[in-house]
Design a protein around this ligand. Structure first.
Ligand SMILES: [Zn+2]
Length: 101
């Protein structure tokens, strides 16, 4: 028998820079910083649930090998492995994720 866990991904669209980002298991905090332009958001409006997230933001599962010490570190963080890796790649390589416009 294998174990599994589930994660709810919430996609945000900044109304200032119009770029998207995603957060795993968002706890509806009081405020949220846009990782692209840094603006602080306090108000949230749920998107139309019938409108799917942009295709570029859909996630695909991949398999990769990482050192055990790094996996242990990733698993000790509150964020998911995927969120930590995506955030680190965006910061180090200054990747410009697609926007909806
Ligand atoms: Zn922004």
């Amino acid at each position: 028998m294998i174990e599994f866990s589930e994660e709810v991904l919430t996609h945000f669209n900044c109304d200032a820079c119009k770029k998207w980002w995603s957060v795993g298991d968002w706890t509806k905090k009081e405020k949220m910083f846009c990782p692209h332009c840094g603006i602080v958001h306090y108000d949230f409006k749920e998107a139309n649930p019938l409108q799917p997230a942009p295709a570029d933001l859909k996630k695909d599962s991949i398999h990769l090998k990482l050192p055990r010490w790094l996996i242990a570190w990733l698993d000790g963080q509150p964020e998911s492995r995927a969120v930590l890796i995506e955030d680190a790649l965006n910061k180090v390589h200054v990747i410009d994720p697609p926007s909806d416009t």
